[in-house]
Write a protein that binds this ligand. Structure first.
Ligand code: ADP
Length: 451
């Protein structure tokens, strides 16, 4: 087992990893930027190294500086968390060449799944259903329009390097194609320095249902059931839950099998997520694979009583998994609490938290790095906490979530708590009748009533 893990991340996930390391008797090293000197991940690690100024490019994304911190602290493994360098194959390869274990898949596996077009091709070969669309990248608008007519509108243009919902445009007819193409390309170039675009059928009224999988170094892969992440704004998740209200035992069996097949086709090692779109007829299509731990992993942890970070570290250390799949016996749900003003179009709301009280009690978990007096820096992701509730049924889980949200006190900044309070009252949400388009019709004025 590793003796010392350096955590190449910040915020709640860094803290989450420190907690498991402590329970496993592994020493931890935090890295931090000058903007994060007061963060709890700095305080709770055994050692902490300041690696640079606030901008990510000079700190959390700066590979030479992170490798220098690995060297001076003599860490024998690196945990990348999510975001930042978690899916950067160059970083994984540099770790390997330096004799430090990257807790995650190899550079080769990351590359096979990192680029969406390559991932889709790999899945077609493995016999996993994918959304119908172009065979690889589009050359130009003319070719795009031709394919759009073959598969039928609406279609969606997607950046092959995409992430965080960027570089995607829905197109309903020929005459919209060119401007959507231009803006998707521009956004992809600015966000990923890669403007490769492909097109696929826009699945209407889809649900986003993903499967958590774990693979070890010996070719065993199991799944840990699904998470429904259909409540999204601009393709970014706001709420996740397990089991999916749309799931049936037959569908879970089929999707779980496809998820395992997908991971096995690249001999996947580590924890990962296979994302699918499911249409209203319960047809499902592979969308992408995330080769890392995800923000919403606690939903799975709660519903099947499992420590996914521990599993991830064990797999990286060469310990085999049992290979058996797990099924939810409870219901769990996560609300992402972001420093955003929901009454002003989710505008970021960084600043000093003057008062902070997080909900507690049976079945309530809060993963957060913030506290009263903490200043939310404007440089990074706006997520400040994850509120996770579990109960025996979905209905009880929603009631518990409402109780927990009412107990959440965060003053000094605006947060997404009022949105979640309004959502929990929504009839469509409560009845499980929703898809990824839910937010297009949700009445945001309802949030004002919660303030
Ligand atoms: P990212 O990597 O940027 O998160 P994804 O490929 O995971 O992008 O897609 C994010 C979201 O975009 C999905 O959850 C879904 O809501 C929507 N989406 C993507 N592809 C399609 C499609 N073909 N049809 C309908 N919705 C889609």
């Amino acid at each position: 087992m590793f003796k010392k893990i350096l955590i190449a991340n910040r915020g709640e996930i860094a803290l989450r990893i420190i907690r498991t390391c402590k329970e496993m008797g592994i020493k931890t090293v935090s890295i931090y930027s000058k903007a994060d000197a007061d963060s709890l991940h700095v305080r709770f690690a055994d050692e902490a190294v300041c690696i640079g100024p606030a901008p990510s490019s000079e700190s959390y994304l700066n590979i030479p500086r992170i490798m220098a911190a690995v060297e001076i602290t003599n860490a024998d493994a690196v945990h990348p968390g999510y975001g930042f360098l978690a899916e950067n194959s160059k970083f994984a390869e540099i770790c390997r060449q330096s004799g430090v274990k990257f807790i995650g898949p190899t550079a080769e596996m990351i590359d096979k799944m990192g680029d969406k077009v390559t991932a889709k091709e790999t899945m077609i070969k493995a016999g996993v259903p994918v959304v119908p669309g172009s065979d690889g990248l589009l050359k130009d608008v003319k070719q795009g329009i031709k394919i759009a007519n073959q598969i039928g509108y609406p279609v969606i243009l997607k950046a092959t390097a995409g992430g965080g919902g960027k570089g995607m445009r829905i197109v309903h007819e020929d005459k919209e194609f060119e401007s959507a193409w231009e803006s998707a390309k521009k956004e992809a170039k600015a966000s990923f320095s890669n403007d490769g675009i492909y097109v696929e059928k826009y699945v209407e009224e889809p649900r986003h249902i993903e499967f958590q999988i774990v693979g070890d170094q010996f070719g065993n892969v199991c799944h840990l059931s699904e998470r429904d992440c259909s409540i999204q704004r601009r393709h970014q998740k706001l709420v996740e839950e397990s089991p999916s209200p749309f799931m049936t035992p037959e569908l879970r069996e089929k999707m779980g099998e496809a998820a395992i097949k997908a991971a096995k086709s690249i001999n996947y090692e580590g924890v990962g997520t296979i994302e699918f779109l499911v249409d209203k007829h319960r047809n499902f299509y592979f969308m992408e694979m995330n080769t890392r731990i995800q923000v919403e992993h606690p939903v799975t942890e709660e519903v099947i009583d499992f420590d996914l970070i521990k599993e991830q570290i064990k797999v990286a250390a060469g310990i085999p998994i049992s290979g058996k799949s797990y099924f939810p016996t409870l219901h769990a749900m996560e609300c992402r609490i972001n420093a955003e003003d929901v009454c002003n179009n989710f505008r970021p709301s960084p600043g000093k938290i003057t008062s902070f009280h997080s909900p507690k009690g049976p079945g309530v978990r809060v993963d957060t790095h913030v506290y009263a007096g903490y200043s939310v820096p404007p440089f990074y992701d706006s997520m400040i906490a994850k509120l996770i509730c579990k109960a025996r049924t979905r209905e009880e889980c929603i009631t518990k979530m409402q109780r927990a949200l009412d107990e959440f006190i965060i003053e000094g900044i605006q947060t997404t708590v009022p949105f979640h309070q309004a959502l929990m009252k929504d009839e469509h949400f409560r009845s499980g009748d929703f898809n990824t388009g839910f937010m297009n019709t949700f009445d945001m004025d309802k949030c004002k009533e919660e303030l």
